[in-house]
Write a protein that binds this ligand. Sequence first.
Ligand SMILES: *[C@@H]1O[C@H](CO)[C@@H](O)[C@H](O)[C@H]1NC(C)=O
Ligand SMILES: *[C@@H]1O[C@H](CO)[C@@H](O)[C@H](O)[C@H]1NC(C)=O
Ligand SMILES: *[C@@H]1O[C@H](CO)[C@@H](O)[C@H](O)[C@H]1NC(C)=O
Ligand SMILES: *[C@@H]1O[C@H](CO)[C@@H](O)[C@H](O)[C@H]1NC(C)=O
Ligand SMILES: *[C@@H]1O[C@H](CO)[C@@H](O)[C@H](O)[C@H]1NC(C)=O
Ligand SMILES: [Cu+2]
Length: 240
Amino acid sequence: MRFASVVATLVAAVAVSAQNQTMTIQVGAEVDTQGGIFQFIPNSIMAPNGTVVNFRFSGIPGNHSVTQASFNSPCQPLAGGFDSGWVEILQNTTGGTPLPSWNLTITNDQIPIWFFCKQLLPSPHCPAGMVGVINVQPGANSLSAFRSKAQSDNSPGQEQGGLVGMGASASADPEVPSAFATLFKGTASATATAPAGGSGSAGGAGPTNSAPSGGAVSLGLNMNLLVLVLGVLAGGALVN
Ligand SMILES: *[C@@H]1O[C@H](CO)[C@@H](O)[C@H](O)[C@H]1NC(C)=O
Ligand SMILES: *[C@@H]1O[C@H](CO)[C@@H](O)[C@H](O)[C@H]1NC(C)=O
Ligand SMILES: *[C@@H]1O[C@H](CO)[C@@H](O)[C@H](O)[C@H]1NC(C)=O
Ligand SMILES: *[C@@H]1O[C@H](CO)[C@@H](O)[C@H](O)[C@H]1NC(C)=O
Ligand SMILES: *[C@@H]1O[C@H](CO)[C@@H](O)[C@H](O)[C@H]1NC(C)=O
Ligand SMILES: [Cu+2]
């Protein structure tokens, strides 16, 4: 009896470790991709404990994040949640260079892990549909419900989270090949949040605003930054 249970434990341990796998989620897409730029592909996966989820930042140019949220606040960073920080994909200069990527390891497959992109420019990505989930629980909250909720939040939170989140954690920042991009980790609040009295209203981002509600959005961004970013993203997100 005791022997059998030891064997069973060993077998289970081996099985778990043998099942560790890598899964890929694409972060952002191209203008001509079905569903547009603002999406994770796929946007829902089931990933057991130990799975390494390899987020690949694609869609050139682009500037995205993978940020954990709660089901109830789809576009707000979860306190104690993971956050890749900004990853810019400015250009593809060398052809074969691997895409910037970020590894997140699943540590608890019993809870749904909701996430979104917190980018505001040229219009907020989260309400436009840039959300996803790992390990959605059957019969419980669905991705489509999460997405619908996201559509009504036009002011995604900009706080910078850490590497360790709820149910998943990373051991390192995203890896960004120099040919592609620069990593802006931990600078989000310094660069993207306007000081009190800062200008920037989003009616200003109007020409490219594809947010579903179409309401005026306060981006709270320095106008120079806005212009710079719009310029950098021109040809990509602007078309959408
Ligand atoms: C596989 O996942 C298990 C469970 O999370 C973990 O304890 C183990 O270290 C992982 N093995 C490898 C080789 O990463
Ligand atoms: C970069 O460009 C080359 C040549 O234009 C193309 O073959 C390659 O797929 C591109 N890589 C990425 C990651 O888009
Ligand atoms: C995955 O890990 C979590 C946290 O340790 C644990 O509660 C859960 O039971 C594990 N899942 C499985 C299928 O063993
Ligand atoms: C992600 O994990 C894979 C498989 O474990 C590894 O080959 C790759 O180098 C890692 N990439 C990064 C950016 O950490
Ligand atoms: C990427 O987005 C962040 C946040 O909006 C911003 O601070 C950074 O300057 C952007 N980078 C580029 C090149 O647009
Ligand atoms: Cu995005």
